[in-house]
Design a protein around this ligand. Structure first.
Ligand code: NDP
Length: 294
């Protein structure tokens, strides 16, 4: 039996269509949503991510401001750049493309961004709000994208056992927090497994909803999945191919998993498009809040 393949591109298109309507509603009140994107250095993957974000802004009528800093930029210059954007009323959201060059302190960068403009939802205040069940503000982009995909596929986490593989601050931890919210569309029983978990497959095989976010290509194989489970693959890994071109692979071995799972996301075309859609949602949310407070 082959699983239902969840089309992330289609769900992301629905989310961005709703975001676009809100951008237009703000425009009719004289507010143009402004998003600043800071990129330090020339990492090729980061360049692609930044280009995609800028392109999406243009599609939605969001004014983007790209700021390129040299690879050897000092922490002082980075903080001054952020400070200027914090104080710029035309900018509602600020994101710094990570990972930053080695000489920069990622935590200090996150701390420097005003929580009202922290559209990646990385700062302690915004993450803390989620843990407290206050989900009316920014939502962490990739985890929120996963929740939207589940909803669109008609998979209600309530009462289900959700197993999150990976505990990063960007994906695993905030996703576990969203899944366990005492709310409609959440209310799952959540297990988080990681590199310190012995016999990890014991947990994954018990998952009704299995989310892989580890950064190891094809790590989750069909024999680690409960028949009929929903499998969400967050991983994006570039792997070598015989023709030398390389290709993207998820953290799930799609070929074996699709035969066992009830529903599954592909890579590419699954979680990836959702992350950027949710980022746009956060940018509009920031502008709506700024307009309401003005
Ligand atoms: P991190 O490297 O920050 O975290 C990986 C997590 O997986 C860690 O908690 C680590 O455990 C755990 N892990 C690593 N190896 C194993 C293992 N062998 N067994 C069990 N657990 C393991 O990665 P991210 O969370 O940032 O990203 C995960 C993946 O998702 C990557 O492929 C990344 O490219 C992708 N990604 C995709 C996004 C999208 O938009 N689709 C957005 C963000 C990320 P420990 O904590 O013990 O080290």
């Amino acid at each position: 039996m082959s699983a239902q393949v969840i089309d992330g591109k289609a769900v992301a298109a629905e989310v961005t269509a709703r975001v676009k309507q809100r951008v237009e509603a703000l425009k009719s009140k004289g507010v143009t949503v402004g998003l600043a994107v800071i990129l330090a250095g020339e990492d090729p993957a980061s360049q692609v991510y930044v280009r995609n974000k800028i392109k999406k802004c243009a599609e939605l009528g969001i004014e983007s401001r790209r700021i390129d800093l040299p690879a050897d930029v000092t922490m002082e210059t980075m903080l001054e750049t952020i400070d200027a954007l914090n104080n710029d009323p035309a900018i509602h959201g600020i994101l710094v493309q990570f990972p930053p060059p080695k000489q920069l302190d990622q935590e200090k960068i996150i701390d420097a961004i005003s929580p009202e403009k922290d559209v990646d939802c990385f700062c302690d205040r915004n993450v803390g709000r989620i843990l407290e069940g206050r989900i009316d503000g920014f939502l962490p982009c990739t985890p929120a994208g996963v929740m939207e995909l589940l909803k669109a596929a008609g998979i209600d986490p309530a009462g289900k056992h959700a197993v999150v593989v990976g505990r990063s601050n960007i994906v695993g931890k905030p996703l576990a927090a969203l899944l366990m919210q005492k709310n409609k569309g959440a209310n799952a029983t959540v297990t988080v497994v990681h590199s310190g978990t012995p016999d990890l497959a014991r947990f994954t095989r018990d998952a009704d909803i299995l989310i892989a976010a580890i950064g190891k290509p094809c790590f989750i194989t069909g024999d680690m999945i409960k028949p009929g489970a929903a499998v969400i693959d967050v991983g994006i890994n570039r792997i070598a191919t015989p023709d030398g071109k390389g290709k993207l692979a998820g953290d799930v071995d799609f070929e074996s998993a699709v035969e066992v799972a009830g529903a599954i996301t592909p890579v590419p075309g699954g979680v990836g498009p959702m992350t950027i859609a949710m980022l746009m949602d956060n940018a509009v949310r920031a502008a709506e809040k700024a307009a309401a407070d003005a």
